[in-house]
Design a protein around this ligand. Structure first.
Ligand code: ATP
Ligand code: MG
Length: 203
């Protein structure tokens, strides 16, 4: 049985916060591998100016290319219509019944998960690793975790994580302002963004 960490997200674009979170979870929870799963069209981010699923997928591929314990799956970008995390987890459970899946979250997702489609099906098929992220205190997180455990029988591991105030939103803003995002994203990703002129003229 392998222990596999799932990093879901829009990754618009992937940044060092995502990569550090993935590596941290692998070390702290003894995971064997991390699978990044970029979303297809997300019903929650419809209004935002999101680059195509294929390009977000490409950027994640570039970011993990040099790490043989990390990979990127195209299951969500290939699915028709909107993508829901619970469907992905159910599909993985079916395809890899021997493996144990850990869904890795920043704190913002912990507080948002009840607004997602079928959170109970997510909790039924995997454990969750919740990492701190600016905006939520450890106490607030622990209370939320307890609430979700009681309500859904969820199995949530609270993972202390050094606070990194880095987000894709920040990267997009800095590119728009003509600033260099080197060291905020892997070099290959910075080159890809520049080559395709992403985020330069967003409203
Ligand atoms: P955006 O600003 O566009 O929302 P984001 O940086 O939040 O982008 P997402 O793709 O929305 O990135 O998030 C994917 C996952 O990574 C989520 O679980 C999110 O909580 C987590 N995450 C992203 N950045 C960090 C960070 N700096 N620290 C901890 N978790 C993070
Ligand atoms: Mg986000």
């Amino acid at each position: 049985m392998r222990k596999i960490g799932i990093m879901g997200g829009t990754f618009n674009p992937i940044h060092v916060g995502h990569l550090m979170l993935a590596q941290w979870a692998m070390e702290e929870q003894d995971l064997d591998e991390i699978w990044f799963i970029p979303t297809g069209y997300s019903y929650m981010k419809e209004e935002q100016n999101v680059v195509s699923p294929e390009d977000r997928f490409q950027m994640v591929l570039l970011a993990v290319a040099d790490n043989d314990r990390m990979c990127c799956l195209d299951v969500e970008i290939k699915r028709e219509g909107y993508t829901y995390s619970y469907e992905t987890i159910e599909q993985l459970k079916k395809e890899y019944p021997e493996d144990e899946f850990y869904f890795i979250f920043g704190a913002d997702c912990l507080f948002a998960i009840e607004t997602w489609r079928c959170p109970e099906k997510i909790f039924a098929n995997c454990r969750v690793i919740a990492a701190g992220r600016g905006g939520a205190s450890e106490k607030q997180m622990r209370e939320k975790i307890e609430e979700l455990e009681v309500k859904y029988g969820a199995d949530i591991i609270m993972m202390p994580f050094p606070s990194l105030a880095i987000s894709s939103t920040l990267i997009r803003e800095r590119v728009r302002e003509g600033k260099n995002v080197r060291y905020l994203v892997p070099d290959l990703v910075a080159d890809y963004i520049e080559g395709k002129r992403f985020y330069e003229n967003e409203g």
